[in-house]
Design a protein around this ligand. Sequence first.
Ligand SMILES: *Cc1c(COP(=O)(O)O)cnc(C)c1O
Length: 240
Amino acid sequence: MTATRRAELAEGLAATRDRIAGACAQVGRSPDEVTLIVVTKFFPASDIVLLGELGVHDIGENRHQEAEAKLAELAGLLPPDQAMPTVHFIGQAQRNKAGAIARYADVVHSVDRDRLAVALNSGAERAGRRLDVLLQVDLDPDPDPGRGGLGPAAVPDLAQVVAGLEHVRLRGVMTVAPLGMDPQVAFGLLADVAQRLRAEHPEATWVSAGMSSDLEAAVAHGATHLRVGTAILGSRPPHR
Ligand SMILES: *Cc1c(COP(=O)(O)O)cnc(C)c1O
């Protein structure tokens, strides 16, 4: 079982790393500039152990309850010589869960409103840590309020708020290409938003964009972080 699964994950990882290297070569970037976050949502903690053995240091989760339980389980499963991965929270975060998320996440990609940023800041302070945060940008011209993210025009104000908080660090922007929009167009728009943000906040250099289906377009437009699930772990099992 474990050996079969390890081989599957190794194959998915190798294929994904090849795609990243190819996409970087196309545009003259170094693959070292691109962090691969393996999105382990719906998959068990045992997969994270195997991914660690295969050299994965960054994992992504998008549901608070699942992530919290899985990471607690992971802490008990990891052999002593294997470090906990860097944990990226990439899903919509509820304000009343921000304190708990701040305890296990290293990076939150989905900050899209003041009150969430403030709650994460308090949570990070209570946990005695500093949290890296990205502003989630919704590029859909006809935004769906249920999906999360703020419009490009609202980024400077939120960035100002986040930059004034002591226990979170503004690192950049994140997006999911809207359905029906060419990812090349979406990630091109995100690159503009990222560039304007950097002009005001030079430390905000991260661009989280690109998933299994569109990582090449993201690399072409300067993504520094890719969030890849299906291409490495396979189709997600139905949620319990
Ligand atoms: C699930 C998810 C991903 C990964 O998607 P795949 O298509 O499985 O690669 C990336 N980003 C976010 C925000 C997600 O929720």
